[in-house]
Structure formats: C-alpha cells, structure tokens
Design a protein around this ligand. Structure first.
Ligand code: DX5
Ligand code: ZN
Length: 226
C-alpha cells in the first residue's frame, strides 16, 4: 500500500446483508469501493457483537482492495496476531480500549499490518499526540460506536486539529459514522481523506441490485467535488 491522500470511500459491511458478506463485498468493490471497512465488535467495548478472526479470514478471500479492520474491542493486544493471520491490511485500535496504545500500535506494525488509532467523539485529538509516528491512520468517530445508521456528530474542529498535528506524515484521517453526501463535504473540508460509510452506501440496494451501491457512492464523491 503506497500512501496518497486522494479521497477514498470505505463502505462498512456492518450495513450489509449478514447472510451474504462474500457477495456484498464483491458488489461494493465492483461498484467502486476503494477499501472495505470491517467493523469488529465484542459486546464489551461497545454494546454490540459482530464477528471475529475466523469471519474476517473468510472475508479476506473476497476483498481485492484494502481490508480496513476497525476493532471496537478491549483488550486489543491478545488478538492482534489473529487479525494479522486473517489478512487485515489495516488494523485500527481505539485509544480508549486500554492503557497502552503506544505498545498496541507498535505490536500491530510489528506484524506487517498498517496501524490505525480510533478516537470516540468524547476523546480529544491530543490523546494521540504522542503516537502519530506509529499511526498510518487516525479514525475519527462521528458517532458513538456500536451501530450503523446513527446521526452524525460534528467533529470538524477535532479533524482540523488532527490535520495540523499530522502535518506531512503519511497518515490518513478516516471518518467513521453518519457519513453521507451532506456530511462528507464538511469532513473532507476539515482535512479527512478516507470516508467510511455504511447506511449511506447500502441504503436502498441489495446484492441483487448493486448499482444502487454505486449510485450511493457516486453521490458521496459528487458532494465533495461540488
Ligand atoms: C459504528 C461503525 C461504523 C458504522 C458506520 O460503530 O464503526 O463503521 O458501521 O455506519 P454508518 O455509515 O451507517 O454510520
Ligand atoms: Zn467502523
């Protein structure tokens, strides 16, 4: 993965058909997804439970672009090796998930994966000030994690602060939660370059009508070009 800050759309499969992940992944990639965002939830760090390493390993067979794995779990460290083995390209841990985010990011990178750090809406940008050299990606949550389809929480000031803190480091700013054609321009204008979108991509479509996914992604891209 070479670094560039061009706009990327990373549909979240949390909003996909849970009985058809393989075909849904193929569909969103065929319709123009840049990355595939995989929301891992443990029912402890967040009040929802999705899937773990065996499922992520199965998804890997279908992902041709970048498998962007978002860990909403605590603790993280005991599972890093399993997600590396499952084939994650990027593994993102929440700064709130434990006391040693610096060591966690080192451990992720030591496996060869790109390392991401995520911030919940209530967590200040400064929380990652001392780990920016260990982060290939900073994920700014614009919803409280656990579910798709929630209302966007405006974090543009935090995004701007992060963009300044990151400077010219090869570090993505990813936005996650409530991203749609209305909110996308706000966050890109503040300095974001990767947009996670679940409901805004999957809404109105099915794996039988994947062109809807393409139209939805196009609407997000067009909102930024406007
Ligand atoms: C929420 C997840 C998000 C979510 C985004 O905990 O981390 O990735 O799936 O879904 P939307 O785009 O519908 O808010
Ligand atoms: Zn996510």
């Amino acid at each position: 993965m070479t670094f560039d800050r061009s706009l990327k759309i990373a549909p979240s499969i949390l909003s996909a058909d849970f009985a058809d992940f393989g075909r849904e992944i193929q569909a969103i990639e065929a319709q123009g997804a840049d990355w595939v965002h995989i929301d891992v939830m443990d029912g402890h760090f967040v009040p929802n439970l999705t899937f773990g390493p065996p499922a992520v390993k199965a998804f890997r067979k279908h992902v041709k672009t970048v498998m962007d794995v978002h860990l909403m779990i605590a603790p993280v460290d005991p599972y890093i090796e399993a997600y590396a083995e499952a084939g994650a390209d990027i593994l993102t841990a929440h700064v709130e998930a434990g006391p040693h985010i610096h060591r966690t990011l080192q451990a992720i990178r030591a496996t060869g994966m790109k390392a991401g750090v995520a911030l919940n809406p209530g967590t200040p940008a400064e929380a990652v000030a001392h780990v920016l050299d260990l982060a290939d990606l900073v994920c700014v949550m614009t919803v409280n994690p656990g579910f798709g389809g929630q209302k966007f929480i405006d974090m543009t000031a935090k995004i701007r602060t992060l963009r300044d803190m990151i400077g010219d480091r090869p570090t993505h700013i990813e936005i996650d939660g409530g991203v749609d054609p209305t909110t996308a321009p706000l966050v890109v204008g503040a300095g974001a370059d990767v947009l996670v979108a679940g409901s805004a991509v999957f809404k109105g479509g099915t794996v039988e009508t994947p062109e809807v996914y393409g139209t939805n992604m196009q609407a997000i891209r067009a909102s930024i070009d406007a």
